[in-house]
Design a protein around this ligand. Structure first.
Ligand code: FE2
Ligand code: FE2
Length: 136
């Protein structure tokens, strides 16, 4: 039973972005499941690595899209991305140094950030990208 399920409220209407956001949520769910089931530390480490690299991949894609549409809030948005990358890297470090991470707390924090970010920040660039699409 997944802890995190995608709902239509998270849709931005940009297929490539929605697809990435969905995949991100699936990865977080995998992390939560691995932690909750008490998987071996190496297994959890691998899942955290996946979250780290997918987070970076998604952010790069989104930033490229914002830049190519001259999104005016680009700098602020990128800063939020950078802060989150730092947070995830910190979780990875804590895990690598042998700290027990509270599964629910870690997963919830990430999920909350993701969902909040999509709904309050990502949503703001949609008209710029859609506008460009309509002008084509
Ligand atoms: Fe974003
Ligand atoms: Fe995003």
């Amino acid at each position: 039973m997944p802890m995190f399920t995608w709902t239509d409220e998270y849709e931005l209407g940009i297929p490539a972005i929605d697809k990435q956001h969905r995949k991100w949520l699936v990865l977080l769910d995998g992390l939560y499941t691995a932690m909750r089931e008490g998987r071996a530390s190496a297994v959890i480490g691998k899942v955290i690595d996946e979250v780290v690299s997918y987070t970076k991949e998604h952010f790069s894609f989104e930033e490229m899209l914002m830049r190519s549409h001259s999104y005016p809030e680009y700098t602020e948005h990128k800063q939020l991305h950078d802060e989150f990358v730092k947070q995830v890297a910190e979780i990875r470090e804590r895990h690598e140094s042998g700290q027990m991470l509270p599964a629910v707390q870690v997963a919830n924090t990430m999920k909350q950030w993701l969902v909040d970010h999509i709904q309050t920040k990502d949503r703001l660039y949609v008209p710029y990208i859609e506008g460009a699409r309509h002008r084509r």
